[in-house]
Design a protein around this ligand. Structure first.
Ligand code: NDP
Length: 484
C-alpha cells in the first residue's frame, strides 16, 4: 500500500521538495506499514512559504469577496466529486474506517468551504453617526495566518482553518501533524485547481519545532492551533510575544449527563458515538458519562450489549465500524490508561485491552463502570475508545462534579424535561453543548472551548471575529475646532 504524494510541501501553487529536512515516515495504522516518506520543512522551505503567503495576501485582500467565494465554492465541489478517493486517503492517513471518512471528514471540510464562501461576502462594517461627523468601520483581514493541526481530523481541521481565513481575505501557512500529513497537501492542490492564486494556502511538514518556528515569525499575524492543552499553552505563549491573534482548540474531558427520565436507547447511542467514533480520538468526546442511579443498571446492560456488537477490522472494508488508533504511541498511551483504571478500582464492563487484528494499533471498545471523580480515567484526556461511567443522584451534585475539571470544551445532557435541560446547560462550564444529542458539529454552529480547552471559536459567524480586525475611520465634515 502506497500513498506517496508528489512532494512533501505545497508552496506558491506547486509541490516542493527539500530532502535536507529530516524524514517523516507516514504509517498506515491498520498494519504498521510505511505508506509514504516525507521531509520536514527546512528554514529555506519555511521562508519560501511565508514569503509567498505575504506577497499573495495583499492582492487577495483587495479581491472582491464574491470572487474569493466563487473559488472556495468550486473547491467544495471538487472535494465532493472526489469523495471516495479522498476518503480512502484519509483512512490510510489516520486508520479511521472508510464508513466514517466518507461521510464525516472531507464532507465536513466541503461544507465549511461552501458555508464561508456564502458568509464572507455578507461581512460588512457599520456607520456610526456623530451629528455632523461620522465613523465608519471596515472588517479587514489579519494577514498571514498560521494553522497547526492535530492528527485526529487532519483534513477537516485544515478546511476548518482554511475556509474562514481565505474567504475573509487572509493567507494561510498550514502545518499538519507529522503523524497525518497527507490530507492538507490534497487540500492545497484542490484549492489551486479551483482557481486560488498561488501562495495563499501553503502546506509545510514538520514536527513541533517547525510549528514553533512559524508561530514566532514576524510575518505572521495569527495562529490557529488544534492540539493538546500542553502544546496550546506553549503556542499561546509564543504567539503572545508578538501580540498575535490566536485561536486555540484544545483538549477536553467533557461530561455527558444522563438523567433517569432520558430515553435509554438514545443516551446509550450518544454515549457510544461520543466515545467510540474515530476510535475515541475526538476532542469533544463525552468521556465522563454521568448516569443517574435510577437507570444505571438498565443503561449499563444496553451499553454492554451494543458495545459487544461493534465491528473492528480493516478500515477500508465498508462494514468496519472501528479502526485502529492513529499510532503506536497513542496505542501505548491508551493501554496505559486502561491499566491504570483497572489498578485504581474501576469496574471493567467490556473490552479492556488490545485487539489482535493484523499488526495494527487496535484497542477494544472499552467501558469502565463505577468510576469515581478521583480516578485518573475521570481526570485526564485518554483519546481512545475508553468510556468512563460515573453514577450520580441529584442535579446540583452532578453540575458541581461535571464542572470540577480544568477543561471546558463540551458537555451534553439527556433528559425529557426540557426546563431541566436548559437550566443545567446554563450552568455547565463548556463552550460547546448538546441537549438530547451528542458531538454534532455542523459548520453553522460556533465550536470551541472555555477554561483550559481553548480561546476563540471556529465555524459559525463567530469565526469572523477571529479572522478579521476592525478598522475604525472617523470622518470630519467641518472645520477643525482647535483651542490654540
Ligand atoms: P499536539 O498538541 O501534540 O499537537 C498539535 C499540533 O501542534 C501538531 O501539529 C504538533 O506537531 C504541533 N506542535 C507541537 N508542539 C508545538 C510547538 N511547540 N509549537 C507549534 N506547534 C507545535 O496534539 P495531537 O496532534 O496529539 O492531537 C491530539 C490533541 O488535540 C488532543 O488533546 C485533542 O483534544 C486535541 N484536539 C482538539 C480539538 C478541538 O477542536 N478542540 C480537535 C481535535 C483535537 P507534531 O504532531 O508534528 O508534533
Amino acid at each position: 500500500m502506497k500513498a506517496q504524494p508528489e512532494a512533501s510541501h505545497f508552496i506558491d501553487g506547486v509541490y516542493v521538495e527539500d530532502d535536507a529536512g529530516p524524514a517523516i515516515e507516514v504509517i498506515y495504522p491498520a498494519t504498521g506499514e510505511v505508506i509514504a516518506v516525507l521531509h520536514e520543512a527546512t528554514a529555506a522551505v519555511l521562508d519560501r512559504a511565508l514569503a509567498s503567503a505575504k506577497r499573495a495576501q495583499t492582492e487577495w485582500a483587495a479581491t472582491k469577496p464574491v470572487e474569493r467565494a466563487r473559488i472556495l465554492r468550486r473547491a467544495a465541489d471538487i472535494i465532493r466529486d472526489r469523495g471516495e478517493e479522498l476518503a480512502r486517503l484519509e483512512t490510510l492517513d489516520t486508520g479511521k474506517p472508510i464508513q466514517e471518512t466518507v461521510v464525516a471528514d472531507w464532507p465536513s471540510g466541503a461544507d465549511c468551504l461552501e458555508w464561508f464562501a456564502g458568509l464572507a461576502p455578507t461581512v460588512t462594517g457599520e456607520t456610526i453617526p456623530l451629528g455632523r461627523d461620522f465613523i465608519y468601520t471596515i472588517r479587514e483581514p489579519l494577514g498571514v495566518c498560521v494553522g497547526i493541526g492535530a492528527w485526529n481530523y487532519p483534513s477537516q481541521i485544515a478546511c476548518w482553518k482554511a475556509a474562514p481565513a481565505l474567504s475573509l481575505g487572509n493567507a494561510m501557512v498550514f502545518k499538519p501533524s507529522e503523524v497525518t500529513p497527507l490530507g492538507a497537501l490534497k487540500l492545497a492542490s484542490i484549492l489551486v485547481e479551483a482557481g486560488l492564486p498561488p501562495g495563499l494556502f501553503n502546506v509545510v511538514q514538520g514536527r513541533g519545532s517547525v510549528g514553533a518556528a512559524l508561530v514566532t515569525d514576524p510575518r505572521v499575524a495569527k495562529v490557529s492551533l488544534t492540539g493538546s492543552v500542553p502544546t496550546g499553552r506553549r503556542v499561546y505563549a509564543a504567539a503572545a510575544d508578538g501580540v498575535r491573534h490566536v485561536t486555540m482548540e484544545l483538549g477536553g474531558k467533557s461530561p455527558l449527563i444522563v438523567f433517569d427520565d432520558a430515553s435509554i436507547e438514545d443516551a446509550v447511542g450518544a454515549a457510544m458515538l461520543g466515545n467510540f467514533y474515530s476510535a475515541g480520538q475526538v476532542c469533544s468526546n463525552g468521556t465522563r458519562v454521568f448516569v443517574q442511579k435510577g437507570i444505571k443498571d438498565r443503561f449499563l446492560t444496553r451499553l454492554a450489549e451494543r458495545t459487544a456488537g461493534i465491528t473492528l477490522g480493516d478500515p477500508l472494508d465498508g462494514a468496519t465500524q472501528m479502526g485502529p488508533l492513529v499510532s503506536v504511541a497513542q496505542l501505548d498511551k491508551v493501554l496505559g490508561y486502561i491499566d491504570k483504571a483497572k489498578a485504581e478500582g474501576a469496574r471493567l464492563l467490556c473490552g479492556g485491552g488490545r485487539a489482535a487484528i493484523n499488526t495494527g494499533y487496535f484497542v477494544q471498545p472499552t467501558v469502565f463502570a463505577d468510576v469515581t471523580d478521583d480516578m485518573t480515567i475521570a481526570k485526564e484526556e485518554v483519546f481512545g475508545p475508553v468510556m468512563a461511567v460515573l453514577d450520580f443522584e441529584a442535579e446540583e451534585e452532578v453540575i458541581a462534579r461535571a464542572n470540577a475539571t480544568e477543561f471546558g470544551l463540551a458537555a451534553g445532557i439527556f433528559t425529557s424535561d426540557l426546563a431541566r435541560a436548559h437550566r443545567v446547560i446554563a450552568r455547565l462550564e463548556a463552550g460547546t453543548c448538546w441537549i438530547n444529542v451528542y458531538n454534532l458539529t455542523p459548520v453553522e454552529g460556533p465550536f470551541g472551548g472555555s477554561k483550559m480547552s481553548g480561546v476563540g471559536r471556529e465555524n459559525g459567524r463567530a469565526a469572523v471575529e477571529h479572522y478579521t480586525q476592525v478598522k475604525s475611520v472617523y470622518v470630519g465634515m467641518g472645520p477643525v475646532e482647535a483651542p490654540y
